[in-house]
Design a protein around this ligand. Structure first.
Ligand code: PLZ
Length: 451
C-alpha cells in the first residue's frame, strides 16, 4: 500500500471488533508468540495510511495511537515508501562500520541541523529508543569520567537492563526482571496536577528537592548524566511545570553534568515543534530520538555537542544494524514530509481541536458520580486526560480501561498510560484529517457516557 493509492479516510465497521479473522489470528498468536508480548487491541492490520488502520476483516479504524508516536507522517507516507523502496532495491545492508553509505551521513546532518542549539554537533545512529538511551549514558560517562545517572519519578526509558533500571514504573516493565544496573538514581519531577502544595509551587519546589537529593545523596561531582523526557510519555503525558526544566539544565551546566533530553516520544513535530525542548528554549547537551524519525522503520539516534559525542573512542559505539540504509532512506523521506506538509502546524491544529473538545467533556462530567476528568493536558498532537474518582484526585484506572475498551469497540484506537494507569493518551498521526479527528473525539465523548 503506497500513498499513490491511499485508503479511504473513513471509519468503517463491518464486523464486531475484533472480527472473526482477527480472532483466528489472535488464537494463533497465543500458541506461537511469547506471553510476555502483549497486545492492546488484537485487531490484525492489513493496510494503513493517513488517519486509518484497515484490518483483516475489512474494518477501517481511526488511529489515535500512531503505533505509539511513530507514524507521525502517517503510515506508508509517499516519500517514505519511495525512498525506502529505492534503497531496498539498491542494497539492504553493508554495516556502516564496515563499508559506509551516504544515507547515514545525510540523516546525521539533518539531525544536527534540526535539534535544538546551533553549536557544533555529531550524531550516532542505532535501532531502538532504548539503545539510544543506553548509548547516551555510555557517551556521557566517557566524557565526564563519572558514573552516576539521574532520572525522574514517572520516567520511561526502555526495556533493556539499563533502561529498565532508569524506568520508574515496576509493573509491567521491571517486575521479576532484576537485578538492575547500579548507579541509577531517581529524583522528583514537577508534576503540577499532583504536587501536594499546589501547581503554582511545583516547579521551584520540585527542582529544589531534586537538586538537594543529588547534592546530598549522590554528590554532583559523581553524576555523569541527568536524563529526562521533556514531556513524560508512558508516565502519563506529564508536562513538567514551566521553569523546572530550565532549573535542572542550569544545575547540570554549573556542575559539569551532561543534560540528556529523551525526545523519543516527543520528537519530530509531535508537540507542534520539532522537539519538545524548543518550547522553553532548552538546549540539551545530548538528545535521544527514535519513533517518529523514520515513519515506521526502526531507527534511533543520539545527537549532541561534538566534544561530548566525540569523547567515546573510535570503535566504542556502533552495532551491526545501527543506521540501516533502508531505515535511513525512510528517515530522509519522513523528515522531508514533515517540512513539506508543515507537520508542526498540523500538530498545533490537532492540539487546538482536541484540547477544546476534551475540556468540554471535562465540564460535562464535572459532577459525575462515576468518573471525572481531573486534568486535560499536553501539547500539539500529544494530548491526554487524567481520570479520577469523584470527590478528589484518586486515580481511576478501572474507568480508564473501560473507556479505552469502549473506544476500541467503536473502531477508535486509543492508548492508556500513567504510573497509576489512569491516563487516556492520544497520539494521532499528524496527517489525521480533521473530520476523523472529530469523529474520534465523538467516540471518546460517547464512551464516557457508557461508563
Ligand atoms: N524513551 C521516552 O517513550 C518507548 C514503549 C512501549 P524503544 N515508548 C514506548 C513499550 O511498552 O515497550 C520509549 C519512550 C521514551 C525510550 C523509549 C524506548 O524506545 O524504541 O521502545 O526501545
Amino acid at each position: 500500500m503506497s500513498a499513490a493509492t491511499p485508503l479511504p479516510q473513513e471509519r468503517r465497521l463491518v464486523t464486531a471488533i475484533p472480527g472473526p479473522k482477527s480472532q483466528e489470528l489472535q488464537a494463533r498468536k497465543l500458541g506461537a508468540v511469547a506471553a510476555g508480548v502483549g497486545t492492546t487491541l488484537p485487531v490484525y492490520v492489513s493496510r494503513a495510511n493517513g488517519g486509518v488502520l484497515e484490518d483483516v476483516d475489512g474494518n477501517s479504524l481511526i488511529d489515535f495511537g500512531s503505533g505509539i508516536a511513530v507514524t507521525n507522517v502517517g503510515n506508508s507516507a509517499e516519500a517514505v515508501v519511495a525512498k525506502a523502496s529505492e534503497q531496498l532495491a539498491a542494497f539492504t545492508h553493508t554495516c556502516f562500520m564496515v563499508t559506509p553509505y551516504e544515507g547515514y551521513v545525510a540523516v546525521a546532518e539533518q539531525l544536527n541541523e534540526l535539534t535544538p542549539g546551533d553549536h557544533d554537533k555529531r550524531t550516532a545512529l542505532f535501532n531502538s529508543g532504548a539503545e539510544a538511551v543506553e548509548n547516551a549514558v555510555k557517551i556521557a560517562r566517557a566524557y565526564t569520567k563519572r558514573t552516576a545517572v539521574v532520572v525522574f519519578d514517572h520516567g520511561y526509558h526502555g526495556r533493556t537492563n539499563l533502561t529498565m533500571g532508569m524506568t520508574a514504573k515496576n509493573m509491567p516493565y521491571k517486575q521479576g526482571f532484576g537485578p538492575f544496573a547500579p548507579e541509577v538514581h531517581r529524583v522528583p519531577v514537577a508534576y503540577p496536577y499532583r504536587w501536594l502544595t499546589g501547581a503554582e509551587n511545583c516547579a521551584a519546589e520540585a527542582a529544589a528537592q531534586a537538586i538537594d537529593l543529588i547534592n546530598k545523596q549522590i554528590g554532583a561531582e559523581n553524576v555523569a548524566a541527568i536524563v529526562i523526557e521533556p514531556i513524560q510519555g508512558e508516565g502519563g503525558f506529564i508536562e513538567p511545570a514551566k521553569g523546572f526544566l530550565p532549573a535542572i539544565v542550569e544545575y547540570a551546566k554549573a556542575n559539569g553534568i551532561v543534560f540528556v533530553a529523551d525526545e523519543i516520544q516527543t520528537g519530530f513535530c509531535r508537540t507542534g515543534q520539532w522537539f519538545a525542548c524548543d518550547d522553553e528554549g532548552i538546549v540539551p547537551d545530548l538528545i535521544t530520538t527514535a519513533k517518529g524519525i523514520a515513519g515506521g522503520l526502526p531507527l534511533a539516534a543520539v545527537t549532541g555537542r561534538a566534544e561530548i559525542m566525540d569523547a567515546a573512542h573510535a570503535g566504542g559505539l556502533g552495532g551491526t544494524y545501527g543506521g540501516n540504509p533502508v531505515a535511513c532512506a525512510a528517515a530522509l523521506g519522513s523528515i522531508e514530509t514533515m517540512k513539506e506538509l508543515d507537520l508542526n502546524g498540523k500538530a498545533q491544529r490537532i492540539g487546538e481541536v482536541m484540547l477544546g473538545r476534551l475540556r468540554a467533556i471535562q465540564e460535562k462530567y464535572a459532577d459525575s458520580d462515576r468518573v471525572r476528568v481531573g486534568e486535560v493536558r499536553g501539547r500539539g498532537a500529544m494530548i491526554a486526560v487524567e481520570l479520577v474518582k469523584p470527590g478528589g484526585k484518586e486515580p481511576h484506572p478501572e474507568a480508564t480501561a473501560a473507556i479505552a475498551k469502549a473506544c476500541h469497540a467503536e473502531g477508535l484506537v486509543v492508548l492508556t498510560a500513567g504510573t497509576y494507569g489512569n491516563v487516556l493518551r492520544f497520539l494521532p498521526p499528524l496527517v489525521m484529517p480533521e473530520h476523523l479527528l472529530n469523529e474520534g473525539l465523538d467516540i471518546i465523548e460517547g464512551a464516557f457516557a457508557t461508563v
